[in-house]
Each structure stands twice: as C-alpha cells, then as structure tokens.
Design a protein. Structure first.
Length: 202
C-alpha cells in the first residue's frame, strides 16, 4: 500500500519532499497491527469529483475514513453546513468504511474525537504545497502521534476546485463534468434561488 508519489513536472525539491514524506508514511502504514482511522477534512463547498476521487482511494488504504465537513463560517460558504453534509452523504454513502461528520473549531479536536491516526490532505498543485506543508508541521506539533498523508487527484481532476465550480454554476455554465448529478442539481437550484432573491447577483 504505497501513498501516491508526485509525478508531475513540479520543482524537484518539492517532489522530493513529498515523496520522502509519503515514503516514510507508507513504511509505517504497512507495519500497522491495529485498525487505522484516517480523517479527510475540508469545507467541501461543494464536494467535487476530485474530492470523491481522494475519498475512493483513501478508503481503500485505511480501515475507516472519516470525511470531516468543516463549518468554516468565516469563509462564508455558498452552501450551508447541513447542505454540505447532505451532499457528502449523497455522494459518499455507498462506501461502507466512510463516515461523514461535521466539525467546528480545531481539527486536532476532531481528530482526537475520532481516534484517528492519519490526516489525509489533497494537493492539486505546487501552489498548495507550502501551505499544506506548514499545516502538516503544525498538526504534528499539536498531534505528535498523528501523521499527515498527501494525495494528488487523478489527472482529470487536477484543476477542479469548489471555487471554480461555484463560479461556473453562477455564470450559467455546465458543471456536470466536475460534480455528481445530485450536486449539479443542488447548484442549479441554489443559483436560481439566489437570483430570484437578488436579480442583480451574478
């Protein structure tokens, strides 16, 4: 069970750091003797095909994967927390070892609550790396016995982000290739509802 290597044309120093990080993690994972629970946190506003790709692959590695939908009220999410939870349940409900839950406050408390030993983080591009690397260091300081595993989306999902999907939907574009049908319907309905309330909205 090898964590995915960074195989794209990023600077060698970044690639080497990720490969070394994931390589050490893989060795530890293969030596496990008890059930390993991982947490995959995010705002998921909305949950995209890229997110689902990470969930699918991570759920095949760990005994249990907890998808933590962050409240992220400061970000003023497009969808409410309950809507994002409902979306995650709709899209991920068929995975027997995936549990969806919401959390507020510090990630470390959510990780402890779920007795998780691993934090899964997705990396779409090199621009994500420095921030995620710093966060991994902070999480290691706060949770010395918890590891972070970086995963990159499959090639066809590298460019997808919740922000891009929302912008396309708000401009009347087709998002069917980026999200699942149930999510697309929610986006269309949400945009229509906002437009009805505020015709000047994009």
């Amino acid at each position: 069970m090898q964590a995915q290597s960074f195989t794209h044309d990023e600077p060698a120093s970044v690639c080497d750091r990720i490969d070394e990080y994931n390589g050490l993690f893989s060795v530890a994972l293969e030596r496990r003797s008890s059930m390993v629970v991982a947490v995959y946190p995010g705002t998921f506003d909305p949950l995209t095909r890229g997110h689902e790709d990470i969930v699918r692959r991570a759920s095949s590695i760990f005994d249990q994967l907890v998808v933590g939908v962050a409240d992220s009220r400061a970000k003023k999410p497009f969808f409410s927390l309950q809507e994002r939870l409902d979306i995650a349940h709709d899209v991920l409900g068929h995975y027997p070892n995936v549990h969806v839950s919401s959390f507020t406050g510090l990630l470390k408390d959510f990780v402890r609550k779920n007795n998780a030993r691993v934090i899964v983080r997705g990396l779409r591009a090199v621009s994500d790396f420095e921030y995620e690397f710093q966060m991994a260091g902070m999480n290691r300081y706060l949770l010395p016995d918890v590891e972070t595993m970086f995963m990159t989306p499959s090639d066809q999902y590298q460019f997808i982000s919740g922000t891009i999907v929302r912008e396309i939907a708000q401009l009347g574009g087709d998002v069917s290739k980026f999200v699942f049908p149930s999510v697309e319907k929610r986006l269309i309905d949400k945009v229509a509802d906002q437009t009805q309330k505020d015709p000047a909205a994009p």
